[in-house]
Design a protein around this ligand. Structure first.
Ligand SMILES: *Cc1c(COP(=O)(O)O)cnc(C)c1O
Length: 227
């Protein structure tokens, strides 16, 4: 996690310009910018750069690996109360306990088995991170997420397990137009009365906001390229 010492200076300006772009995209869609939460994706970046973002007012962060988050975040959270930490990467069932202990929101429920493991851990730990179901809108074999056709059933199972499921998340295929995927996810969420829509990354977040995203997950736009 070596960092260019000059880079932290950049993070504040990048955050400001990203916030302005979010406001612009929301305005263009006749939406209140306050309805779009910026999730700063800090994976691979060290505490120095993250603290620069916190100093610039950022409070919501996303990490894609349980182990990396466990190494970085307990110390950061001890120094900075009021952070919301979201798991945005694939979660293995055998890491459910660690994820429940560490995260405030788990965005990547993609199987009934994982849903059951999380429900069991929430009861055991008496901790209830909010949950999203990840949907593989592109039907890509290499990507995690519930297939579109079984997402509704999975949401039903989460509800039957009393998981605090509040929305859907997707990562559209890299090469195609993301807009139809965003619209598909938004329609599904509406049909299931789910209010949270986590969609849109650095390259496509204005289109996600146009389609109704409540959370956009931006890494590169804030912290620069990952190595
Ligand atoms: C890394 C990652 C992001 C952020 O990607 P950028 O293109 O750097 O903005 C968003 N969502 C998920 C699930 C990721 O793994």
């Amino acid at each position: 996690m070596a960092e260019d010492p000059a880079a932290p200076l950049d993070v504040k300006a990048r955050l400001e310009s990203v916030r302005a772009e979010i406001a612009r995209a929301a305005g263009a869609a006749a939406r209140d910018p306050a309805g779009v939460t910026l999730v700063a994706v800090s994976k691979t970046h060290g505490p120095g750069r993250i603290e620069t973002a916190i100093a610039a007012g950022q409070r919501v962060f996303g990490e894609n690996r349980v182990r990396e988050a466990k190494e970085k975040w307990p110390a950061l959270r001890a120094r900075h109360p009021g952070i919301e930490l979201r798991l945005i990467g694939h979660l293995q069932t055998n890491k459910a306990a660690e994820a429940v202990a560490l995260f405030d929101v788990i965005e990547t429920i993609d199987s009934p088995r994982l849903a059951r493991a999380l429900a069991k851990e929430m009861t055991r730990q008496n901790r209830r991170p909010r949950c999203l179901v990840q949907v593989n809108t592109g039907g890509e074999a290499q990507k995690s997420g519930a297939p579109l056709g079984s997402a509704e059933a999975l949401v039903g199972e989460c509800r039957a397990l009393a998981l605090p499921v509040e929305g859907l998340m997707c990562i559209p295929p890299a090469e195609s137009d993301p807009a139809p995927h965003f619209r598909m996810l938004a329609e599904l969420a509406q049909r299931l009365s789910l209010k949270t829509l986590s969609m849109g990354m650095s390259a496509d977040f204005p289109a996600a906001i146009a389609a109704g995203a409540t959370h956009v997950r931006l890494g590169t736009a804030i912290f620069g390229a990952r190595n």
